[in-house]
Design a protein. Sequence first.
Length: 166
Amino acid sequence: MTLASPRVLVAGLGNIFLGDDGFGVEVARRLLTAGLPPDVRVMDVGIRSLHLGYELREAQYETTILVDVVGRGGDPGTLYVLEPDESADISATPDGHSIGPGQVLALVRRLGGRVGRVLIVGCEPLRLDQEPGLSPIVSAAVDEAIPLIERLVAEALAGAAAQAGN
């Protein structure tokens, strides 16, 4: 199904009370005032992952960009762009405060929804402790993530527009 107007969701995930885990939420907060095109929705999901699952099921975005911390063994503040495969599954009953992006996508599929292209913009954390606020290095990565996500959004919209023209 081709949409007349491509739609992109940018969703910031994380817990602002656990140090650098608030990365995705801070990115979403800044993107809300960045002047993205009207067919892009920015959503501060925080720890409400189940809400994200229902949003994805109902809206059927062409591209979803999830923003979160990811531990891949790099230096703190390193940004990654990942494209998860469709093999993610939910092995336990979902808990709205602790399911990760792969489980959210599996939940959408389990509920009969269609998940379009999914990208994860992740940041290597320095600390995930009971201290609110981002570390300085992850805070600086937020500044780098904004133009990266704006570029990914522009590419997604251009790709969807080109596909619609075929």
